[in-house]
Design a protein around this ligand. Sequence first.
Ligand code: AMP
Length: 481
Amino acid sequence: MSELSFRDLGLSEEILKSIEKLGYKKPSSIQEKVIPVILNGKDIIAKAKTGSGKTAAFAIPVCEKIELEEREPQVLVLAPTRELAYQIKEDFLNIGRFKRLRCISIFGKEPISNQIRELKQRVHIVVGTPGRVLDHIERGTLNLEKVKYFIIDEADEMLNMGFIEQVESILIKMPKNKNTFLFSATLPEEIVMLSKKYMKNFENIEVQNEGKTKGGIHQVYYEVESREKFDLLKKVIYKEVPGSSIIFCRTKNNVEDVLVKMKNMKFSCMAIHGGMLQENRIAVMNAFKRGEFTFLIATDVAARGIDVENVTHVINYDIPMEKESYIHRIGRTGRMGNKGIAITFVTSKEERFLKEIEEQFSLEIIKEEPPTREEVKKGQEVFKTASKQLNKTKANKSEKLNKDITKIYLSAGKKKKIRPGDIAGTISSIDGVSPEDIGIIDIHDNFSYVEILSGKGDIVLNAIEDKTIKGKKVRAEKAQK
Ligand code: AMP
């Protein structure tokens, strides 16, 4: 961590307030290096992994630079997976909250019509997966003319997942006069070529191991035959008494199988895999982030980029098919300097593959003997007491930040010619409420939403009944979400 404070980096009060509410005390190494460069208007190629605080490293200065009044998107972020796109959007919303920045995510498997509607409104930041972004560009529903910042996150993943052609097609449609930031955990030749082709004056940024994958992660493996895996899993859980943990399986069927078995044993668990609807995937991830259950059983959809505070254990119930996935999976624990434990089950046939992973990434993965009967027995007792405490919900970061924010539904929208200024005008005329207390205003055809900050939601709800917006009586109530 740095000696500098966020204030030393010259950020505005609105952004500093969000950072403070998020609980970030000091900039991480990557933030200390990246924030000034972005504020100074240079391009960046950064070698940084998730877990180093890299999202905030670009989101903080970019939010600082955005012009609030501009209607068309000023920032486009590309991410390889939908979960990651959603998470980056949440980070932008949190950091830009007090500046009232609007950010949306656009990805496949979600109705495009909703996204088109959102894109018609004022949007400052768009985060998306390459395919859907390209789709919107081709339909003419995403206007890139005003984009000042183009961010490619997890660039090496994009390469692995075959997105690079789409990324290039998007790149050539971008305005010339913009900054490009490329974040990548590794810098393979193709990425370097891409950057040389499209970026001129860029700064190379690299940080040491702070808060990232292998540093704080103790890695072990157990040799086990397939049919004995579940029995070993139980024993390992009792021995380790883990907190929030992710259990990775190779296929959707294996995930379902482990889920049913764990549920039968009354473990607190849920599953996530690519066969689920996107909204269910997001709901499960959010519940996991809030600590509503202990074990997330997942395929590799949860391996990349996903950020959950305090994951104590990653268990590879099945060894991944690709070597890189091992690094992504275990990177879900040991984040921002915390300690983590990664446990991998290997069959006798797979042991060699694990050795190759160990060599390729210069890791140390220690062989463990199966837990003894005594260890299991002792652990079972501890586990019973511990799991009662574990299930206490942990507030996730956004929720902490959102505590003082009330989203209000208003029964009038575009069709009644309501504009953000009309809503802001009425609300700020209420006694005890000032323009600073009004957050993001979102106007739909027949209704609108407005966020009220600083815990003043109830004052507004009580007073607005007696007011009019643009001369019209409007019904107001607390929004559902
Ligand atoms: P990322 O590398 O973007 O996936 O971020 C990893 C985690 O660190 C996220 O939970 C962030 O909210 C958190 N984080 C980012 N910056 C800081 C900071 N300066 N201090 C503490 N936590 C941070």
